[in-house]
Design a binder for this molecule. Structure first.
Ligand code: ME8
Length: 517
């Protein structure tokens, strides 16, 4: 039997502007999980991509003087592709909603749902927000503005196609109640549960081609294109081959984790599960909605970082100035995954200096330096240390793998890092307490014991951190005397004591995270 792959997705980002820190955040989080699961032995399928149809994109192309919308998309998509490369995002597939594999599968799915009687035609009268491409009823507006983006809406009346989502509300409510781990974190679960207490309107899934021409034609009515949200959500099944390759699809679906921010949770936690149910497919295991990165707008007031508002931090600039791994670490350590965070350079510098330059950097530097000074770079042969680690490390080492697994299970990256830092901090304290520089003259056997312990703890820390800071972990791995790829090792090895070999030859190298002044 073919085993089920571990399937991770990110949203498909709109190509109406360049990617910023917010998009990088989601992809870094997804990448860390992908790397972790691979180290746990899973066959990971990690999907990301871009959302390229609809009026928003048409308008963005026109605003930048592009008469060919696809060419405009190609140009912006390349910025996403380059950024993911720069940030070491290890996705296995990149889907564009303009790919023919996606377009054909969407048409096929529309026909399936139409034939099943889940789609009907009706007149739509109400308010429409062009940037969000969303219909609103009068009572949902906030002071006549779109409740999502607070921009003006237009009144329209037109014939459209609707998906019968309303009749599945009770089914979904029951499903969510029975599966409390389906929507994470808990606050978002509560939000969706209370949303489902009110009636659900059927979803308008078409737009007249006379108004929006840039889209996937509806197969049963050429005067319409598909609503972008309806077709974009389908990418999660079109990419793994829902229409083209059922065998492959069955090894990948259902998704293990869908990542996104809270702005688009409702699409993923309400409409998407109903669409899957209509198609007779299983639901994803976890829909995780993280918080927003905000920027200070004026003193004391914060605003969501957003492409359409243009108030963004360019991740390339931060990564170039401080390093990719510093950015990856900061984003996942600074705020709890699920809460909002305010991005500021002083906070970034403070975090990198204290955690990466001081705690982590110093531990590597001092350990390697002492190994070179006292042993010409050869890890000492201490049978006593290899058999049993020093009592001070025992609990942390034995429990690390389990604690990390528990935290990763609920996408609590901050707790994973805090657990790893417990070990880093205790190793730094160990150096102070044991004072190897004194042992060198006073007790050679004890020095061997202490330095083997430090080398071994360093090995464990590097393995544990590899999914978060892959480049730096690999560099330090080499310095510790390993020739292979750190990520070819099993994550289980973090709790197996005695991994470093006697006489393994270490090197000092350059500081990985120099202090930022
Ligand atoms: O919504 N903080 O695309 P999008 C944190 N195409 N994350 C942020 C963020 C911020 N300030 N800004 C953006 C769309 N993000 C649709 C998705 S999926 C089938 C279709 C991240 O380009 C976050 O993951 O507006 C958010 O959900 C996503 O980008 C929205 O990207």
């Amino acid at each position: 039997m073919v085993s089920k792959r571990f399937y991770i997705t990110t949203p498909l980002y709109y190509v109406n502007g360049s990617p910023h820190i917010g998009h990088s955040y989601t992809n870094i989080a997804a990448d860390v999980l992908a790397r972790y699961r691979k180290m746990c032995g899973d066959d990971v399928y990690f999907l990301t991509g871009t959302d390229e149809h609809g009026q928003k994109i048409e308008k963005a192309a026109a605003a930048t003087g592009h008469s060919d919308v696809k060419k405009f998309c190609d140009f912006v998509v390349d910025q996403f592709v380059q950024l993911w490369k720069m940030l070491n995002i290890s996705h296995d597939d990149f889907i564009r909603t303009t790919d023919s594999r996606h377009k054909e599968a969407v048409k096929n799915i529309l026909s399936i749902l139409y034939d099943k009687g889940e789609i009907y035609e009706s007149n739509y009268e109400g308010w429409y927000c062009t940037p969000c491409e969303t219909f609103w009823i009068e009572s949902q507006l906030e002071e006549k503005l779109c409740p999502d983006c607070q921009r003006p809406v237009e009144h329209i009346s037109e014939k459209n196609y609707f998906l019968k989502v309303s009749k599945y509300r009770d089914w979904l409510r029951d499903y969510i109640k029975k599966n409390p781990g389906f929507i994470l974190p808990r606050t978002r679960f509560n939000e969706i549960s209370s949303f489902l207490e009110t009636p659900l309107n059927d979803l308008c899934i078409s737009r007249p081609s006379a108004r929006v021409s840039w889209g996937i034609p509806i197969p049963f009515d050429q005067n319409y294109v598909t609503y972008v949200w309806f077709e974009a959500l389908l990418n999660y099944i079109t990419a793994p081959g829902f229409s083209e390759d059922k065998d492959k699809f069955n090894t990948i679906w259902p998704a293990d984790v869908h990542f996104m921010a809270k702005d688009i949770l409702r699409y993923h936690a309400v409409y998407w599960p109903i669409m899957l149910h209509m198609l007779g497919l299983e639901l994803p295991k976890i829909v995780f909605s993280h918080g927003w990165w905000l920027l200070e707008k004026s003193e004391g007031s914060l605003d969501k970082m957003s492409k359409s508002k243009g108030n963004v931090i360019d991740p390339r600039v931060i990564a170039e100035q401080y390093s990719v791994d510093a950015l990856r670490y900061f984003l996942l350590r600074e705020v709890s995954f699920g809460s909002d965070g305010c991005f500021s350079e002083p906070a970034f510098i403070k975090r990198i200096n204290s955690d990466l330059a001081n705690d982590f950097g110093n531990l590597i530097y001092r350990t390697l330096n002492m190994l070179i000074k006292y042993y010409q770079g050869n890890i000492p042969s201490s049978e006593r240390a290899r058999e049993n680690c020093d009592e001070v490390f025992k609990k942390n080492v034995q429990e690390l793998d389990e604690k990390v697994a528990r935290a990763f299970g609920v996408l609590d990256y901050q707790t994973v890092l805090i657990e790893i830092w417990e070990l880093i901090k205790s190793a730094n304290k160990y150096i102070e307490n044991k004072a190897p520089w004194k042992l060198q003259n006073e007790n050679k056997e004890e020095l061997d014991f202490v330095m083997y312990n430090l080398s071994e703890v360093l090995r464990i820390i590097l393995l544990a951190l590899a999914p978060f800071i892959p480049d730096s972990a690999q560099k330090a791995w080499r310095l510790l005397g390993y020739k292979d790829q750190i990520q070819s090792h099993s994550y289980k090895e973090v709790s197996h004591w005695g991994g470093v070999s006697f006489n393994q030859k270490v090197d000092k190298g350059e500081p990985l995270f120099p202090r930022i002044e």
